[in-house]
Structure formats: C-alpha cells, structure tokens
Design a protein around this ligand. Structure first.
Ligand code: TYC
Length: 114
C-alpha cells in the first residue's frame, strides 16, 4: 500500500482514490486466550487410575495428584491445568484416549478462561 500526499497535505487521488487502510492504534494489549482443562467425576473410574492420569499427563507429584483426584471425587469437577488452546486440546485427547483404552468412563474437557 502506498500513500501519496501533495504539498497541501492532501491525497491527490482523493479520499477514496487509494487502497490505503488507516487503523486506530490499540491501547489494550492482546494476550493469547488460555484454556482450563477440567476433570469430571464419575462413579466407576478407579481412584488410582485418576491419580495415575494426573501424574502421567499433568506432571503432578503423587501427593498433588491424590489431592486433586479427591477434590474431583467430592466436588464433581476440578481444574487440573491452564494451557494454550493447542496444549489443552492435546491433554484432553490424551486423557480421553487413555481412559477409553482402559475402558473407564473418565471425562476430561476444556473451557476458555475469561
Ligand atoms: N468417583 C470415583 C470413585 O469413587 C473416583 C473418581 C475421581 C473418578 C475423580 C473420576 O475424575 C474422577 N471410584
């Protein structure tokens, strides 16, 4: 795009005579949206399996994994991590695939952070 001005400070092509695009400057900084990964309770998945999932896919210590598993068991749901969309989507897919292969109904999902 080329913007040309004459000596009077006017665009000689007229106000719409160029492919110029003038945009306002943003004052607020754009952060990339982040996504919460949620683990859901169910009545069938063994507690040890959930603890193993949290250690394996979310890098938690055994104590931390046990704690979060109990929170999900008691409250129904817990945030197990916050990631970029790509990473969150991958974690959900890994957990769902691992649970399915072991024939457990464990559910994991993602939610955009506000
Ligand atoms: N409620 C399950 C049980 O009593 C344990 C469990 C915990 C399942 C967390 C899923 O995300 C979950 N065996």
């Amino acid at each position: 795009m080329t913007l040309v001005f004459n000596m009077a400070g006017q665009n000689p092509n007229g106000p719409e005579g160029d492919d110029a695009v003038v945009t306002k400057t943003r004052t607020r900084t754009q952060r990339p949206p982040m996504y919460k990964v949620l683990l859901l309770n169910d009545d069938f998945t063994p507690m040890e399996f959930v603890v193993h999932v949290l250690e394996r896919f979310f890098g938690m210590s055994h104590a931390m994994a046990f704690d979060i598993m109990l929170t999900v068991h008691k409250k129904g749901v817990a945030v197990v991590g916050v990631f970029s969309y790509e990473v969150a989507e991958t974690k959900v897919a890994q957990v769902m695939d691992f649970a399915r292969r072991h024939q457990h109904p464990l559910q994991c999902t993602l939610e955009k952070e506000e």
